[in-house]
Design a protein around this ligand. Structure first.
Ligand code: SF4
Length: 572
């Protein structure tokens, strides 16, 4: 018998890894399925490849009882959420022609078209590309849309940071040519040419999972910078405060988790150091490559970069980044975030023009009987050619508006039922919800369709307590994947099962801290029974100026922990 120690077999790669290995062109059989008019859906394997092309295969869950009806959700990339007037008009038109006549603003500053049928995919993706946007790598195991603060006048650094976000977005795009062949050029895919493809940055198998990047400019943390895999915090040049000197590098944030799986958890990013602006692309690529090399490819639930940082440590990861970037990071520069969220109403830009922040309920641009936001925006952009910017909280900005047209825009909005002042309650405008039902296949509970009613209830409670002017950040998701970052909210609702939510309290006004589960599996109709007593205590016991989230962290959870510690452990 040999004395050699037994070598444990290497854990098996996940199915997605084998798929990527087999076809690094990412072409799958997408083109053949598109060409086959009889095919109503893409195969299970191609369901993974189409994500890299920027869309998901879904079905209308409201109609499942009468049989599956396949539809698609298409997402684009828009670094910093900046949209030209020409692009906006195209995107609006595409929603009417090929989607469900709504445009959805995502929590990562992009557009989603919902309810697209298979034969609409080709013209929709082609038109998005023709407008000089893209859907390539809007989903999939790649670097996704790059977020950046885009509200004019919030900082002198906005334009430079927006330019940097566009640069990083471009540099981190995969080079897979199948995307352009299928959607832009309409060429046949050469099946024999799949093997040699190797992306210069991503290699053969891309990343273990999605990879999210954002830029922030202190003191505003509108992008929730600590929730990103890769974060860049702009540091102004002391000699010229209108220029970016460099960036503090953050890595290892992330939101998603799975119910009942303690190995999965949301995490805030570590601050790794500072580097000069000229090294931005080197650093972005170095972090991506370190993730590519060390992320878990055997278990997709454990594959995000945050687990690498948590398990190997920030110092170790910094070394990996430095090796790949070819230089050493400096100690992080001082940075201080004091707030998150959007700016609403008219505000003057530093160049004398104006911008208008518009609240968009659950990020859905649509027409209803009382508010015709979709029509109003189309008319305004058609008439005045103003730039549109999407915010990280699913709202919208009309930017660079000349003084001369300001009043006309206000009047056009009013004509369609949309005020520019007092647009909605303080608590509602600080809220977000993911789509969930009926389109997202992962949704366990309603989200977008439930939050308006939940906010009605919350507004009533706050009014009864005399707290209507107090902002509380409220976010709801239909499942624990956390697409609207519910674990940073002061009140987070995370779908657990149909009509049931886990309730989270905590967080703060600047999105610096995670919240904590307060109650599990609360029925929708019982939510206020759990929340109202804590709101009352907050009103009565808070410190001057103390927000709801920090109050719960200071008072409520320590009491819960003390009670748990005082409870004798069960004996057997
Ligand atoms: Fe779907 Fe879950 Fe994301 Fe909501 S949080 S959109 S339910 S994956």
């Amino acid at each position: 018998m040999s004395d050699a120690p037994a070598i444990a077999p290497a854990p098996a790669l996940s199915k997605n890894e084998l798929l990527k290995q087999r076809d690094p062109t990412l072409a799958g059989d997408i083109a053949a399925t598109l060409a086959n008019a009889e095919a109503v859906r893409f195969s299970d394997d191609d369901e993974q490849f189409i994500k890299f092309h920027g869309f998901y295969q879904q079905d209308d869950r409201d109609k499942r009882k009468t049989g599956k009806e396949y539809i698609f959700m298409v997402r684009n990339r828009l670094p910093g959420g900046v949209v030209t007037p020409e692009q906006y008009l195209v995107f609006d038109d595409l929603a009417t022609r090929y989607g469900n006549n709504t445009l959805r603003l995502t929590s990562r500053q992009a557009f989603q078209w919902h309810g697209v049928v298979k034969k609409g995919l080709g013209p929709l993706l082609k038109a998005i590309n023709d407008s000089l946007s893209t859907t390539l790598a809007a989903c999939g195991d790649v670097a996704r849309n790059v977020m950046a603060p885009s509200t004019p006048a919030t900082s002198a650094l906005v334009d430079e940071v927006l330019a940097d976000s566009a640069l990083v977005s471009r540099e981190l795009l995969p080079r897979a040519t199948s995307y352009h062949q299928i959607w832009v050029d309409g060429n046949e895919i050469d099946l024999g040419n799949r093997q040699p493809a190797e992306d210069p940055l991503y290699g053969r198998t891309y990343l273990p999972r999605k990879f999210k990047t954002a830029f922030a400019i202190p003191p505003l943390n509108d992008v929730d910078i600590f929730t990103n895999c890769l974060g860049f915090v702009a540091i102004a040049d002391p000699a010229n405060p209108a220029r970016v000197l460099g960036y503090n590098l953050l890595a290892g944030g992330g939101m998603g988790m799975s119910h009942g799986n303690k190995e999965t958890y949301p995490r805030v990013a570590d601050v790794l150091g500072f580097f000069p602006r000229a090294r931005l692309v080197d650093v972005a690529k170095a972090v991506l490559m370190a993730y590519r090399d060390f992320g878990d490819r055997t278990n997709r639930k454990h594959a995000r970069l945050k687990y690498v940082l948590e398990e190997k440590g920030a110092a170790w990861f910094r070394e990996q980044v430095e090796q790949r970037a070819g230089f050493r990071l400096e100690p992080a520069a001082p940075m201080h975030f004091t707030k998150q969220g959007d700016t609403f109403g008219w505000h003057r830009q530093t160049d004398g023009r104006w911008f208008l922040g518009l609240y968009v309920e659950t990020g859905r641009v649509k027409d209803t009987a009382t508010r015709q936001l979709k029509t109003a925006l189309r008319r305004i952009v058609e008439k005045h050619r103003v730039e549109v910017r999407l915010t990280p909280s699913q709202n919208l900005i009309l930017a660079n508006v000349p003084e001369a047209v300001r009043d006309d825009i206000t009047a056009l909005l009013a004509e369609h039922g949309i005020p520019v002042e007092n647009q909605t309650s303080v608590v509602r405008r600080a809220s977000m919800a993911c789509p969930s039902m009926p389109t997202c296949g992962l949704g366990l509970a309603e989200s977008e369709r439930a939050i308006p009613g939940v906010l009605d209830d919350l507004e009533r409670e706050l009014a009864a307590l005399g707290l209507s002017d107090e902002e509380i950040i409220v976010r709801m998701t239909g499942c624990p994947n956390g697409c609207v970052r519910p674990y940073m909210a002061e009140i987070g609702f995370v779908g657990r099962a149909p009509n049931k939510y886990n309730v989270y309290f905590g967080g703060d006004g600047a999105s610096l801290a995670l919240n904590r589960e307060y109650r599990a599996s609360v029925k929708r109709e019982d939510l206020m029974k759990e929340i109202a007593p804590v709101l009352r205590r907050w009103r009565d016991e808070r410190l001057p100026g103390e927000r709801f989230g920090p109050f719960t962290a200071r008072v409520v959870f320590p009491e819960i922990d003390a009670a748990a510690a005082a409870t004798p452990a069960p004996t057997h």
